[in-house]
Design a protein around this ligand. Structure first.
Ligand SMILES: [Zn+2]
Length: 380
């Protein structure tokens, strides 16, 4: 709604300026000028009395009578997009682009606005084509490159994403090693899924050379070791991951717990006992033991991992969910069913499963385990 009001105010200002800027010889007699201004004043009045819908209708009328004012159309298009009326915004911007003699600057603005309409409306192929059109008009349009990159990332098109990132880096004159590493790691995970083990490993190495804290790249090496049933290599990756990317390390333990064969699991468990995992990591292991062998197995694992007395209330309640078969255990299990385990350090969004790219702020490698006491309130 704030965006809408801002848009309406923008339209009003544009129209007032335009009316004032009219050449003198075109200046209508005072009565006509008042007629010109009347709908605008009515629109502003609606705005002041908090009736944005009527304000919008009136300002559309103004734009209709002053069709030479491309800026009015641009502002209206912004408003329709802000209201979620994407196709109306699209029509406005398309009709603007179809006008002959539109200045290069306005053409660029309309093309950019149209691309954002498609993007906001979920028409991603059209948005990509339109962002490309913007980049034809202005090859150094950084926001169009960033927006295209986001679409490629959303669609897991990593090669295209890497090309766009290279263009952004060239334009900024700055490298983004962590971002590049994150994209290479995703490409590696994709290769691993398709059974291309060697390519996956080499991509993961390339990613780690750029950013040792890239959790997704470590995940590629961990999954490779687990696929080969190699306990020593699994423990080595766990060791290196912890050393270089501690924030995401509990995800490594969760992965090993869930995917290891029983033989590898024994080796990993011995390694964990010897290397005292933090609470978040230990809880992932214990949770998996509970799934496999119930309360008794979880209880033994908790004892072996030194987790009988967790430091925080949150960890204590989570532990009770796995090691007790009484009423408290049942309550703790209910409580922890929807409990988020990860929080984005950038935007604060909380998630149950780790995500290498935050679904809210779209930043890479920003998830940290939630461990602190203040997070112990049950999620609403
Ligand atoms: Zn975030």
């Amino acid at each position: 709604m704030k965006l809408l009001l801002a848009g309406i105010v923008l339209v009003a200002i544009v129209v007032i300026l335009a009316l004032h800027a009219r050449p003198k010889e075109e200046k209508p007699p005072p009565k006509d000028k008042l007629d010109d201004l009347r709908p605008l004043l009515r629109g502003i009045n609606y705005l002041l009395t908090d009736q944005p819908d009527q304000a919008l209708r009136t300002l559309i009328e103004v734009a209709h009578h002053h069709s030479e004012l491309a800026e009015v159309y641009l502002a209206l298009g912004e408003m329709f997009r802000a209201r979620g009326e994407y196709m109306r915004a699209v029509r406005i911007h398309q009709s603007l682009l179809a006008r002959p003699n539109l200045s290069a600057e306005l053409q660029l603005q309309a093309a950019w606005a149209l691309a954002k309409d498609y993007h906001a409306g979920g028409l991603l192929d059209r948005a990509l084509r339109q962002y490309a059109r913007v980049l034809e008009l202005a090859p150094d349009h950084l926001p169009a490159l960033e927006a295209s990159l986001r679409i490629r990332e959303d669609s897991s098109e990593w090669d295209e994403a890497l090309k766009l990132l290279a263009r952004i880096e060239r334009l900024e004159g700055n490298r983004r090693p962590a971002h590049r590493a994150a994209l290479l790691a995703q490409k590696a995970l994709q290769a691993l899924q398709q059974g291309q083990l060697l390519q996956a490993q080499s991509l993961a190495d390339e990613a780690l050379a750029l950013d040792r804290s890239c959790g997704a790249a470590w995940l590629v090496h961990l999954r490779s070791a687990l696929q080969r049933d190699d306990a020593d290599q699994t423990c080595k990756v766990l060791h290196d991951w912890r050393e270089h990317a501690q924030a995401s390390w509990p995800a490594a333990v969760a992965e090993a717990a869930q995917r290891a064969s029983s033989q590898v699991r024994d080796g990993v468990f011995r390694w964990l006992r010897a290397h005292t995992p933090d609470e978040a990591a230990a809880l992932f292991w214990i949770e998996n033991e509970y799934r496999l062998g119930g309360v008794r197995a979880a209880e033994e694992a908790a004892k072996a991992l030194g987790m009988e007395q967790p430091q925080s209330l949150r960890s204590w309640i989570r532990l009770q969910a796995f090691v007790r078969s009484d009423r408290i255990g049942a309550l703790a299990r209910d409580w922890s069913k929807t409990l988020p385990n990860w929080r984005c350090k950038q935007c604060g969004v909380e998630l149950r499963e780790i995500r290498w790219r935050c679904p809210q702020c779209h930043q890479w490698n920003t998830m940290q385990p939630i461990t602190e006491e203040d997070a112990c309130a049950p999620p609403s």
